[in-house]
Design a protein around this ligand. Structure first.
Ligand code: GUN
Length: 280
């Protein structure tokens, strides 16, 4: 069994863009609304990665009471600012803000999260058009590629059908010629599907959702879950201790997909900057 070391690969990828970053001097703006502790931890990691890569990082903090109108105005200001190349609005947002309106308002050329319908649509078409693919799915693909894990012809089972992870990773796997099954909360017999997986990608947010009896020997497991157990310890959606005994490869939590998402954001920020400068 091999641990898929997202932390080490993430550092390698961030370091690999330093030269380009020095030439392009990209700037990433991050909008954080409220004081969600997980979001605060995520943006800290994004800031650290920017510093490591040589990307200018600007954070805009807002009270949880900000109106949608004011938030959209801020996004528009950043869209118009030629000195900012990438923009992330950290999710989740307070309930009075309608997330699709926010995602739609980000300039697609600065949408380094890859959430805008334009970027999702391009990603849908083929790997060639994945200009700014969603960050977590991009991080997962980079991790599998780095460990030379083949995708073509494999049975890939995705658990979770969110717009951020489940749906786009399903499409990116299909674009790489996997046979893809996407399971979700209404799937009738989850383990009947997961047992068939050569590659199992789990993005639900439920501790110990995947147990050892639900996977076959030799499975590759990618755990996107980020939960806290009763002791306050970070853990994923997979019973790591027991599932890892059957797996050929498995991501740890923390240190697997999380840092790869951050690395993917960095890659997307550099890519966005390159494309903006080329089209000037
Ligand atoms: N919240 C959880 N994951 C993400 C992500 O990848 N991007 C943003 N903006 N918010 C998130």
């Amino acid at each position: 069994m091999t641990i898929l070391d997202g932390k080490a690969l993430s550092e390698e990828l961030v370091d690999s863009v330093k030269d380009k970053a020095e030439k392009l001097s990209p700037t990433l703006a991050v909008i954080l609304v409220g004081e969600n502790p997980a979001s605060m931890a995520y943006v800290r990691n994004k800031k650290k990665a920017c510093e490591r890569a040589g990307i200018e990082y600007i954070q805009h903090d807002f009270e949880a009471t900000i109106t949608q109108e004011d938030l959209l105005k801020k996004i528009d200001d950043i869209n118009q600012d030629p000195n900012v190349n990438g923009l992330i609005v950290q999710l989740p947002l307070p309930d009075h803000i309608y997330v699709p309106d926010v995602i739609r308002s980000v300039d697609p050329s600065k949408d380094v999260d890859g959430f805008h319908a334009y970027n999702i649509g391009k990603m849908f078409l083929s790997p060639e058009f994945e200009d700014l693919p969603p960050a977590t799915p991009l991080g997962i693909v980079k991790l599998l590629d780095h460990y030379d894990i083949p995708i073509r012809g494999k049975e890939v089972v995705v658990v979770g059908h969110s717009n951020i992870v489940g749906k786009p990773i399903s499409m990116m796997m299909l674009n790489r010629d996997a046979t893809v099954t996407t399971c979700h909360i209404h799937t009738k017999d989850l383990s009947a599907h997961t047992k068939r997986a050569d590659i199992l990608i789990v993005a639900v947010g439920k501790i110990n959702l995947i147990t050892a009896d639900m996977v076959k020997d030799g499975v590759v497991v990618v755990d996107v879950g980020m939960n806290r157990n009763d002791d306050g310890k970070l853990c994923g959606d997979v019973d790591f201790e027991n599932v890892s005994k059957k797996a050929s490869y498995i991501t740890p939590v923390p240190g697997g997909v999380g840092p790869m998402t951050v690395a993917a954001l960095i890659l997307n920020t550099v890519r966005a900057t390159e494309r903006q400068k080329a089209s000037q």
